[in-house]
Structures are given as structure tokens and as C-alpha cells.
Design a protein around this ligand. Structure first.
Ligand code: CTP
Length: 512
């Protein structure tokens, strides 16, 4: 979560984000989100290899600007006039240029001034401060060639954020991890603030006159907004496409993938413009769930003691219903398996009502091949060992003793049969050791995300219209959100899920 200071300093600032081909590319989606939330205008440039790790559609949707990948006009479908000067105008447009992740190859190219891609050519043209955030495997990072390239970048005036130490996707442990997006956003903020201070004392040669000082260069044509037509048809991205004929000698392949490269997320339809919330409901930020099958569970389960009594919990289902609505607003086919609640079915959502954990399990199994499962239901962990066939009458005893047995852990069983394309999201309600317990559940249940909340905190948990949650991703990413309305939490969660749907196909077998 961006701090308030970040948010202030980034408001209306122009950030160029260069993404190169590393498994850490998924974090760039989270970085875009943080920068955008802080009010920055973000233009993303990807290398061709980067598009094998994360879809330009994802980054384009999150940034609201079409992602640039091609230096050569014939590849981008733009007019030569537009395309040939784009790297120059972008270099003048930006307040800061961040390259994150920067692979070993990209670091080497930047260090030696190669200009064989939109990313490297723009770096050469950049008049603004440049931040390089390397990410690669341990041995590549500590190799003297990489270290000397990083040193060279520093000597050229680039700011280099050292890679972090930790578990790498290759299984090795060492330095090579991309810093967390929040740390990168903080560094971006610092660089912008420093630049502002310098500009206060410095009469820049680019300040032609006072009026023009803050305007775009005369020939500047803003990069197209997402969905805005560019000249000619923009060819769909083709993951796995080779770099165009490189003028540079072929360097080592981009940072050795710490995991096999996979095709990027499948969102076959171009996203439509964000819809406006006409009933106070936050507008979906994009419509990129079209064609996805999403299963949401919500509400409590009720475990019968006898025909008139149940054991249940205080869940109202609000969070799960908010998720169902947010996913449907983004175009998903949503099935909502709901325990007993008083809520209305969100528009366009297919609802299946259940009462007990056993029924919920059976219903969920029917949709176990969904692309995305959001398990927000407060499922009973125990059920009476035996339901009395008729109403239990009181007797002379002061006590009633009931025996319970464990229910099936529905989410865990989904984790055990998890499909390769599928994302599983669980919820953890914790009053103590929240992060540790949530991480344990994330691992034990084979989840992608877990949403941690503490019912004892003000504005969180059951029966409230708001929630205060921490989102934890299986790769270690953590985002603490402030108190937000449940619909807002739902939208942020879906943004995060969309951002890291790297390598996912769909249950329809489609992939981009
Ligand atoms: N869950 C489930 N089936 C169960 C119990 C829980 O699918 N029988 C799901 C919930 O929907 C939620 C997550 O698992 O997404 C919560 O995990 P769990 O370990 O059950 O947490 P708690 O219910 O908080 O249990 P504990 O008492 O272990 O903290």
C-alpha cells in the first residue's frame, strides 16, 4: 500500500515503466497499481521477452494506456512518423523512468547503450532520472559481468536498487529478488522529489519559456489511452515471439527464467472502458474477466443439531456477495454458492443456495473447474456428529452435551485437485498471529492468495459494511489495505488476482 507521502508526490506525475523478461515481471503489475493509485500517469514499455511472462493486456488495463513493445513501426501497426519518434518523445515526457524488473541482459544493454528495443532506445533518450531494479537468479546477479554492468550504470548516473536476498523461484536462495513494488514506488517518489528540488535551483535548458515549461514538447503525441485506436490495427500480442532482428550481438538470453515461461493470461476480448458506478457501487476498473468462470462462496453454513436448531456463525455473506458482483461487473460467468443470507443475488450472477457444509462441498464440486475460486464463505469446521431426528427436549439435567466431528475442508480439497490454469483464493479470519497463520493456510491449502482479516479490529470482520484486510500472495507479496468498504476490497482483490494471472489459460482451454 502506498503511504500518504507517496500518494502526494506522485499525483499527476509521469512514470515510464520498462518491463523486461523475468519471472518477476508479474510484480510490475502490482507496481503499476500502486503508482496509479497514487495518482501517477503510467506508460509501460515491455521487451518482447517480458510479454512471455505477463500479458501486455494486463499491464495496459491496469495502467489505462496501451503498452508499447515495438520499436519498428511495421511491428506496431503505427505510422512511421509516430513510431520512429516515440522513444524520443517518451524520454522527454517522463518525470522518471523505472526499469523493473531489469534482467541481466537488459542491465547489460543499458550499461552499454544498446538501442535495439523500445525499452533500451527510450532509456537512451530519457532526460529524466532512471531507476534500474535488477532481478535474476543468484549466480547471474553475483557474476562479475553483471556487477560491473550495475557499477557502470551507477557511474552513468542511473539509480540502481539492489536486488533483495531471499528464496528465488529457481529454488536457490540468495540475492536476486526484485524488491517489493511498495519499495520501488517509494524509491520512485524519492527520485521525483529530488528532481523537483534540483529543478527549483536549476534553470533547465528545456524550459524554453515559462508557459511551456511544464507542457509537453511541441511534437509530443501522448501515448494512446487503453482502447483508443492507434493508426492501423494493433496486432494482438503474440507471447513467445522472438525479438526482431537485433543489431546488437546476441547476448545471453534474458534472465534465466526461474520457472518455465508460460503464456500470459487469457483475456480474449479487448477491455471496455470502465463502467461508472450508478448506485454507489465502485466502478470496475476494467472488464478483463470476460469469458472467465468464477466460483464464489459466501455466507455461513448451518449445521443442524435437530430439526429446529443449528450451529452457525455470524457471517452475513456481504464480502462474498461483493466479490460475486465485482467479478460479474468485469464480465465473468459467476456462480455464487451461498449459505443462508438475507442478501439479494447480484445482477447477472448464478446463485446456488446451500445450508450445510456438506451441501456447500457438493455444490462447489460441481464448479471445481472454475478459472478462479473465491472462497469467502465462513464454513463450519465442525458439525454435530449426529442430528437428532426430532426436536431435543430438555430434561432434568443442567447440561446438554453435543459431540461434533470435523467437516470436509472444501478449500483444501480444491487445492488438492487444483487445475494448472486455476487460481484459488481463501480467507483467513485470525485474532492472533495473523500473518503466520494465514501463510500456513495459504501453503497447506495450495492457494494463490489469502485474504487475512481480524474480526476484533474495528471496521473488519462479520456484520460490518467495511473490512480491513491484508492480501498475501503465495510468492511472498503482501499488501495491507486500509479500512475499505467491502465492495472496494472486492475490487482491489480482483485487481490483484488479474495482475498475476501469469501463465494461466482458462477452463475453456484458451490462452492468449
Ligand atoms: N474453509 C473451507 N472448508 C472448511 C473450512 C474453511 O473451505 N471446512 C475455507 C474458508 O472458506 C476460508 C478458509 O478455508 O476460505 C479458511 O481456512 P480455515 O483454516 O478453515 O480457517 P478458519 O475457519 O479461520 O479456521 P481455524 O479455526 O483453523 O483458524
Amino acid at each position: 500500500m502506498a503511504s500518504p507521502e507517496i500518494q502526494d508526490s506522485l499525483l499527476d506525475r509521469r512514470v515510464l515503466l520498462g518491463v523486461s523478461g523475468s519471472i518477476a515481471a508479474y510484480k510490475s503489475a502490482l507496481l503499476v497499481r500502486l503508482l496509479r493509485k497514487a495518482g501517477a500517469d503510467v506508460q509501460t514499455i515491455m521487451t518482447k521477452d517480458a510479454t512471455r511472462f505477463i500479458s501486455p493486456l494486463t499491464l495496459g488495463t491496469l495502467s489505462g494506456r496501451e503498452v508499447l513493445t515495438d520499436l519498428f513501426p511495421e511491428d506496431s501497426g503505427q505510422s512511421a512518423e509516430d513510431a520512429w519518434t516515440k522513444h524520443v518523445t517518451l524520454g522527454l515526457w517522463a518525470d522518471v523512468f523505472v526499469v523493473a524488473p531489469a534482467t541481466a541482459q537488459t542491465v547489460a544493454k543499458l550499461a552499454y547503450g544498446f538501442s535495439d528495443s523500445m525499452l533500451t532506445a527510450t532509456a537512451l533518450s530519457a532526460e529524466c532520472p532512471v531507476l534500474v531494479c535488477p532481478a535474476m537468479d543468484r549466480d547471474m546477479y553475483r557474476h562479475p559481468a553483471t556487477q560491473s554492468n550495475l557499477e557502470r550504470l551507477r557511474a552513468l548516473g542511473y539509480t540502481v536498487m539492489p536486488a533483495e536476498h531471499g528464496a528465488l523461484a529457481s529454488g536457490l536462495v540468495g540475492q536476486g529478488r526484485l524488491p517489493e513494488p511498495a519499495s520501488i514506488a517509494e524509491q520512485v517518489t524519492r527520485m521525483i522529489e529530488e528532481r523537483d528540488e534540483e529543478e527549483d535551483d536549476f534553470d533547465s535548458p528545456f524550459d524554453f519559456d515559462d508557459d511551456a515549461a511544464f507542457s509537453e514538447p511541441a511534437d509530443f503525441r501522448a501515448p494512446p489511452q487503453f482502447g483508443e485506436a492507434t493508426q492501423g490495427d494493433t496486432a494482438p500480442d503474440r507471447p513467445g515471439m522472438e525479438d526482431p532482428d537485433l543489431s546488437a550481438p546476441q547476448a545471453a538470453p534474458d534472465a534465466a527464467p526461474d520457472a518455465a515461461p508460460e503464456n500470459a493470461a487469457s483475456h480474449p476480448d479487448a477491455p471496455s472502458a470502465p463502467s461508472s458506478g450508478d448506485d454507489g457501487w465502485p466502478a470496475a476498473t476494467h472488464d478483463s474477466f470476460a469469458g472467465l468462470n468464477v466460483l464464489v462462496t459466501a455466507g455461513p453454513t448451518q449445521e443442524p443439531i435437530d430439526p429446529v436448531r443449528v450451529v452457525t456463525n455470524r457471517s452475513t455473506g456481504t464480502m462474498g456477495y461483493a466479490l460475486a458482483r465485482a467479478a460479474a461487473d468485469r464480465g465473468a460467468n459467476v456462480t455464487l454458492v451461498s449459505g443462508p443470507t438475507c442478501l439479494e443475488t447480484p445482477p447477472g450472477v448464478h446463485r446456488v443456495d446451500v445450508t450445510t457444509t456438506k451441501e456447500m462441498h457438493a455444490a462447489v464440486q460441481q464448479y471445481a473447474d472454475a478459472d478462479l475460486v473465491l472462497m469467502a464463505a465462513a464454513v463450519a469446521d465442525y458439525t454435530p456428529a449426529r442430528m437428532a431426528p426430532s426436536k431435543i427436549k430438555k430434561d432434568d439435567s443442567d447440561e446438554l452435551v453435543l459431540r461434533f466431528r470435523r467437516t470436509t475442508d472444501i478449500l483444501k480439497s480444491l487445492g488438492e485437485q487444483k487445475r494448472p490454469y486455476q487460481q484459488l483464493v481463501g480467507f483467513a479470519l485470525e485474532t492472533n498471529d495473523g500473518i503466520a497463520n494465514a501463510r500456513r493456510k495459504l501453503n497447506e491449502k495450495n492457494l494463490d492468495w489469502i485474504v487475512l482479516n481480524n474480526p476484533l479490529e474495528e471496521g473488519a470482520g462479520f456484520g460490518t459494511t467495511t473490512n480491513r484486510v491484508t492480501l498475501l500472495h503465495r510468492d511472498g507479496y503482501k499488501e495491507e489495505l486500509p479500512i475499505l468498504s467491502k465492495p472496494e476490497v472486492a475490487n482491489v482483490l480482483l485487481d490483484c488476482v488479474a495482475a498475476v494471472r501469469v501463465g494461466a489459460g482458462t477452463s475453456n482451454g484458451a490462452s492468449s
